[in-house]
Design a protein around this ligand. Structure first.
Ligand SMILES: Nc1ncnc2c1[nH]c(=O)n2[C@H]1C[C@H](O)[C@@H](COP(=O)(O)OP(=O)(O)OP(=O)(O)O)O1
Length: 169
């Protein structure tokens, strides 16, 4: 089984009215075009998931984040039995310290979304099972298996607890 390593990042802030928001973005190109996802992307060969996250956030939004200001929040496996070439190993990082204003690029249109009103209908189905849990909770390790439509989570296996998987590069 080959799992493509990916690294979505969830940056948060408080709006002027005190609402907590997370930086997501609508994908304009490539895999998952049209979906709203965390900023991030592929971990390149020889790169750690943390370094890839810092690089992808800067490339996709112009926002600068220091590695020390990110926390590994989850290690997720996405399995697509009907499309195994889509299988992924995803390390999710979260953080609330960064500099710069998010700007749109060719790949993605970033937008701040209230955590209490996420655009779930436009997000990957798996997000409903883990995204809010990882914002403040303990490290999460989980596997999601998608149905033949490539869209719907058919089974999920969630276990709590640190794994350290993101440190391995
Ligand atoms: N199922 C699911 N749940 C949550 N998040 C995601 C998925 N599938 C996903 O692809 N994602 C996330 C992971 C990444 O943050 C983005 C997709 O990144 P992508 O744009 O494909 O990666 P890049 O490396 O930027 O792309 P290219 O430059 O190679 O085109 O969505």
């Amino acid at each position: 089984m080959t799992l493509t390593p990916m690294c979505p990042c969830l940056l948060t802030r408080h709006s002027p009215t005190g609402r907590r928001e997370v930086l997501l973005g609508r994908k304009k190109t490539g895999f998952g075009t049209g979906k709203i996802v965390g900023l991030g992307g592929h971990v390149e060969p020889g790169e750690t998931p943390l370094a890839a996250t810092v690089r992808e956030v800067a490339e996709e939004s112009g926002i600068q984040v220091e590695p020390a200001d990110l926390r590994e929040a989850a290690a997720l496996t996405f399995l697509f039995p009907a499309k195994p070439e889509w299988d992924m190993q995803v390390i999710v990082f979260v953080g609330d310290r960064f500099t710069g204003e998010a700007r749109e690029c060719d790949e993605i249109a970033p937008r701040w979304c209230p955590l209490d009103d996420l655009p779930v209908q436009d997000m990957w189905d798996d997000n409903q099972y883990w995204l809010l849990q990882v914002m403040d909770g303990p490290h999460l390790t989980a596997t999601f298996e998608f149905a033949a439509d490539g869209e719907t989570v058919e089974t999920s296996r969630i276990e709590l607890g640190p794994t350290g998987i993101g440190d391995e590069g």
